[in-house]
Design a binder for this molecule. Sequence first.
Ligand SMILES: [Zn+2]
Ligand SMILES: [Zn+2]
Ligand SMILES: [Zn+2]
Length: 280
Amino acid sequence: MFEIEFIGTGDAAGVPVWGCDCPACRRASADPARRRESACVAVHTETGVTLIDAGVGDLARRFAFGQIRRILLTHFHMDHVQGLFPLRWCERTPRIPVHRPDDPIGADDLYKHPGVLDFRPPLAPFVEHDLGDLHITPLPLRHSRPTQGYVLRHQRHRLAYLTDTAGLPETTLRHLQRHPVAALVLDCHVPPQPRPPRNHNDLTTALALWRASGAPRLWLTHVGHHLDDWLRQPGNALPEGVRVAADGLRLAGDGQVRTTHRPSRHADATRSPPEARLVT
Ligand SMILES: [Zn+2]
Ligand SMILES: [Zn+2]
Ligand SMILES: [Zn+2]
């Protein structure tokens, strides 16, 4: 078993943005399936759940203690770690290993009072590390804090989760070219911009990186409301092989849609919600 469950696919603001009246936010207000929480992914394998980032605040309700085998952090911006703050006061053992980039500051007092969280020394980048039945390779990203993405391998399946980043370091791109993945899950915060943003990818940059990587599929994540609004406008199509991630969507190891638990009439992403028409 190897499934990637998107729990949060939004940016720090989420969708809808508080107080915003744009069409994408109005649509998300009316339809829970269109909402986006901040960054969080659950990787399901035979031995349990590996979380990547913890941007949502209800992890304790989603997972029983013992289900979460480990946590991989991309970086310590609050929209990626805010869900750790309530979890840490758990009084059970064993402690949960937390793998992280080499960031001596962390977030607030997480290092000082880690509770059940066992922050491990940073793992060497570009090297595959065995974590039971899941194998991970940290890849450096380009962001305003020390940040790393992860190649996830389970048996013969390989996927890359790369957010937050503006472009990619040349070494990371070369690694992806030499060690192909079935799909990239990549930071794409905004629609095409006149100039690439400094901390995240716009769609133009994300598509260029995907093509350069050679990966068959691209999933866009860390999506802001401006990108959602752009995608709903007629004529703004995505190339074949490119899809926008959604909260509740699950991917199989080959990077294709496995299932979704989205709570609405758009629940089945393999049918034809508006995005599916755009991306075919
Ligand atoms: Zn909006
Ligand atoms: Zn960030
Ligand atoms: Zn972020």
